[in-house]
Design a protein around this ligand. Structure first.
Ligand code: DNO
Length: 356
């Protein structure tokens, strides 16, 4: 496996490339142009600039997370073709600087959803938290308000205030989009982009729905073994693959994560490895990576990757906020717990390899 670290870009992340290159085993920074909204053109100069910054510090730019998909594509409007052309243009440009994997998602309106960005965990640390009844009984607007208020000045991918300002219109636009329609629209998108990916040698890696159940009546189609098996058949090419995120699929305890890794291993291009502690009432909090601290057996997860001979990219995904860093870090993306997570994952991996 090739260990990476998500970086939000120069001037947009307290964690610098100099921090990142000192974390053992990290070979690449997972990046994006975070100021771009879905559907916007990515200029070659901007892409080249980030790739050069990473290469100057000895870090690979091979993974981009995310190139976001415009709502018109997900809804299936006539305007989608223009947005798909722009997406293809971005794929071709990214290929030129050595990008090999693009992570994206196909969730309507909301990306990952939590009710609390800094929930006290009892030991002075805090972490992202999901309180089920707060979402089940709430209006979408109240959840948006909670998240944007918690984020303060920080930009949060998937929670762009400009886009969410039109929440009601977005819900109206999605009103006839059910699971089948969303799946059809995803197929249409993939049928156009995957041939380009094959030509350019760039693998697409869809991110599962987080949390793995429908929220506010919106369909979610990448949230179980069955959904993933169906997705991979929509376009049966190795270039149509997965970001397997244990923290996103993990809150549904029926999801057998090591089983999915063994079954879909050759289509997993990017692994997000983290832990969540699921409570009896269905709430969950993001916990340390250590298997006994949460509901995801991270040891078994890493073992499954080892068993399938996983050569793809991995990142520790989120971490708790430790030692007071919540005052400065982006929610879920502090330095310390993610770095501890890297070492935990690599510790398991190296033990399995016995190359120490
Ligand atoms: C959250 C991330 C997601 C992910 C997108 C991929 O921290 O894992 O926002 O980047 O869903 O498009």
């Amino acid at each position: 496996m090739q260990m990476t670290w998500r970086w939000y870009g120069e001037g947009n992340d307290d964690i610098t490339l100099d921090h990142i290159r000192q974390i053992p085993g990290v070979m690449g920074a997972v990046w994006s142009l975070h100021d771009k909204v879905a559907g916007e053109v990515w200029e070659m100069e901007r892409i080249q600039e980030v790739a050069d910054q990473l290469k100057a510090k000895g870090l690979s730019p091979a993974v981009v997370e995310s190139v976001n998909v415009h709502d018109d594509i997900k809804i299936g409007l006539d305007t989608r073709d223009g947005y798909i052309d722009t997406y293809i243009d971005t794929i071709r440009k990214l290929a030129k600087v050595g990008v090999k994997v693009i992570c994206y998602n196909f969730m309507p309106i909301f990306d990952w959803t939590r009710t609390d960005l800094y929930k006290e965990a009892g030991d002075g640390s805090n972490a992202l938290f999901y309180q089920k009844n707060l979402v089940d009984g709430a209006t979408p607007q109240s959840v948006v308000d909670r998240i944007l208020e918690g984020a303060g000045e920080k930009t949060m991918p998937g929670w762009e205030p400009e886009r969410l300002a039109h929440l009601e219109n977005l819900f109206t636009a999605y009103k006839d989009v059910d699971e089948d329609k969303l799946t059809e629209n995803l197929k249409y998108f993939l049928e156009r982009i995957i041939p380009v990916c094959e030509e350019e040698d760039v693998k697409m890696a869809i991110h599962p729905d987080d949390p793995p159940w429908p929220i506010f009546g919106l369909p979610r189609i990448i949230r179980s073994r069955e959904h993933i098996a169906k997705f991979l058949k929509l376009v049966d090419s190795p270039y149509n693959g997965l970001t397997l995120c244990t923290g996103s699929l993990g809150p549904n305890l029926d999801n057998d994560l090591p089983g999915m890794i063994r079954e879909f291993g050759d289509r997993i291009h990017f692994a997000h490895i983290r832990n969540v502690r699921v409570m009896e009432n269905g709430d969950f909090i993001e916990s340390s990576h250590r298997a006994c601290d949460g509901s995801v057996d991270v040891v078994e997860v890493v073992k499954a990757y080892h068993d399938v001979g996983f050569k793809g990219y991995v990142r520790p995904d989120h971490g708790r906020h430790l030692w007071g860093e919540e005052k400065t870090c982006r929610p879920g993306y502090g330095l310390y717990d993610r770095a501890l997570g890297v070492m935990y994952i690599l510790g398991i991996w190296d033990t399995l390899e016995k190359k120490y």
